[in-house]
Design a protein around this ligand. Structure first.
Ligand SMILES: [Zn+2]
Length: 197
């Protein structure tokens, strides 16, 4: 299997997107995977879903799950389209949320770690700033809440490890059935959970 095919498969890159190049930057400890939509593909406005004509494209980067010991970066040429109603807009990509510099899979891994360890431990071990972790938590909650509107929660799970330093641990409330995050609280006080219920 060629490296491009391997990465397309492990990253779950599907048509119209394709992996065009895989670069190994061994001194920087990074694998850089370049992704582009096929030339013939059509794109839709992310707001109304209407097929729109191409405008230009922008290069964007996301951190993905590491490949062995290498930090893995996805770099894509993301098209912008002109929607009659919404103007020039960037199309959405299947691997990441708008406005995030991380893939959905990477964000899910961070949330899983936050259930087990303190924010400072996750920040140190995954080389992430507190701001980055905060953004990941906010998006997880938004995702969970938007799913909650179409699905009533029957069983919730609350993950918390030993209460140590205040504000360094978070309370993660998730929908057990769907596996989505519904709430991330700042620390592990009872009041934190009450503010969600
Ligand atoms: Zn539109």
């Amino acid at each position: 299997m060629r490296d491009k095919d391997l990465y397309a498969q492990i990253l779950g890159i599907e048509s119209p997107w394709q992996v065009t190049e895989v670069e190994l930057n061994s001194s920087g400890g990074e694998v850089i995977v370049h992704v582009k939509p096929k030339a013939s593909s059509t794109h839709c406005c992310p707001t109304c879903g209407k097929e729109s004509s191409g405008y230009d494209s922008r290069t964007r980067r996301w951190r993905h799950l590491d490949t062995c010991q290498y930090k893995t970066i996805l770099v894509a040429e993301v098209p912008r389209v002109t929607c009659k109603e919404h103007g020039v807009v960037t199309v959405s990509v299947p691997w990441a949320e708008p406005g995030s510099g991380f893939t959905v899979l990477f964000e899910a891994l961070v949330i899983d770690w936050l259930k087990e360890a303190s924010i400072s431990a996750v920040s140190r071990l995954m080389n992430l700033s507190w701001n980055a972790i905060d953004g990941i938590m906010q998006r997880a909650v938004e995702r969970g809440l938007s799913r909650r509107e179409v699905h009533s929660v029957t069983q919730i799970g609350v993950d918390e490890t030993a209460f140590k330093k205040r504000h360094d641990y978070v309370t993660v409330v998730s929908d057990q059935e769907e596996g989505t995050v519904l709430f991330v609280g700042d620390d592990r006080k009872k009041a934190t959970l009450k503010s969600w219920v």
